[in-house]
Design a protein around this ligand. Structure first.
Ligand code: HEC
Ligand code: HEC
Length: 287
């Protein structure tokens, strides 16, 4: 009994001695930990759309943003950009306009993650005067025809990602519209720019798409082909398909009614006629 307790105490003491160097430095540099955490979160969640000092991508360069916006606003915006925008916040409205109507998605971060991100952003130094756009990172060699086939699903993505058309439309591809869960992508090239588009296609970082493509990213060639399609599609205006679909529905309805009228034009008459002859017969019989 006693010896086993002694062994247990010894083992615990040894464990503490052996592992203390691992625990101690972390406590000592506890101040820096949030920055490292914040950097990690930034790389994973924000870098598809933002740079720090690298220029405008899908959204603004975030270098020095903590000096421009106050802490409470940043906290609210980073955790729930959708709600800040919906509340009619003037800064959010202005940003949305400046960035071509591409809204920053709600990434579902918790309070600790947001705090760590802000600590990290605060250490990035002052904002630059101008934001040069990031150089394009996607070759212009894509084939728009193949891009269209990928978009519609006529050719499957090599790694099995879902065709974009199940949720999006591009008027050059589907004049009657198609999937409408996601926004119309007709003018997306103009709204994101070359670099933004390249970055988005590489990661598809929006909450609805991420789970679908995270383990099945598009290949470089597929991205180039889709980019080629979006470059061409940008020339054609986005269509509101509702009136067109309504018109087709009404025309179809009228056509069906006419057809029914022609096919069954004798229906009522013949029913009535047999009825009438039947009646006269019976009357004649009675009379
Ligand atoms: C899918 C692209 C996308 C992702 C991912 C994204 N953002 Fe944004 N962000 C935008 C866009 C676009 C804007 C500007 C338009 C708007 O506000 O909607 C913006 C604006 C901002 C602003 C306001 C900048 C200013 O000048 O006031 C902050 C701060 C910000 N984002 C932080 C973040 C952080 C932190 C993350 C990661 C947790 C992140 N964003 C992830 C697209 C994105
Ligand atoms: C399951 C449905 C779905 C599929 C499939 C899908 N998307 Fe999306 N996409 C969305 C939704 C929804 C949004 C709006 C942001 C959000 O809520 O995540 C969006 C947003 C976007 C945006 C930003 C548009 C903007 O104006 O803000 C781009 C670009 C985009 N998708 C490209 C693609 C491409 C390219 C594909 C095919 C490889 C694709 N999407 C497949 C649902 C989808």
């Amino acid at each position: 009994m006693k010896s086993s307790t002694l062994i247990l105490v010894l083992v615990i003491a040894l464990t503490v001695v052996v592992f203390s160097p691992i625990f101690l430095p972390q406590q000592a540099c506890g101040e820096d930990a949030p920055t490292a955490e914040g950097k990690g979160i930034f790389q994973a969640k924000c870098s598809p759309c933002h740079t720090i000092g690298g220029g405008r991508l899908v959204g603004p360069d975030l270098k020095g943003v903590t000096a421009v916006r106050d802490h409470a606003w940043l906290t609210r915006f980073i955790s729930t950009p959708d709600r800040v925008l919906a509340s009619g916040d003037p800064i959010a409205k202005q940003l949305l306009k400046e960035y071509g109507g591409v809204a920053m998605p709600n990434l579902g971060l918790n309070q600790t993650q947001v705090d760590e991100l802000i600590v990290y952003l605060a250490e990035t130094g002052p904002r630059k005067k101008s934001e040069p756009p990031v150089a394009a990172t996607i070759a212009a060699a894509g084939d728009p025809q193949r891009g269209t086939a990928f978009f519609t699903g006529a050719i499957s993505f090599q790694r099995g990602g879902a065709p974009c058309m199940s949720c999006h439309t591009v008027s050059a591809v589907a004049p009657l519209g198609s999937g409408s869960l996601g926004p119309d992508l007709t003018g997306i090239h103009g709204r994101l720019g070359e670099a933004g588009l390249a970055s988005i296609l590489a990661t598809l970082p929006f909450p609805t798409m991420r789970p679908l493509y995270q383990s099945r990213p598009l290949t470089q060639a597929e991205r180039e082909d889709l980019a080629a399609l979006f470059r061409i599609a940008a020339g054609r205006p986005a269509v509101n398909t509702t009136p067109r679909i309504c018109a087709i529905a009404i025309a179809g309805c009228v056509l069906l009614l006419l057809l029914a009228g022609v096919v069954w034009r004798k229906r009522l008459r013949s029913v009535r006629r047999t009825f009438v002859t039947e009646m006269t017969k019976t009357e004649g019989y009675q009379g």
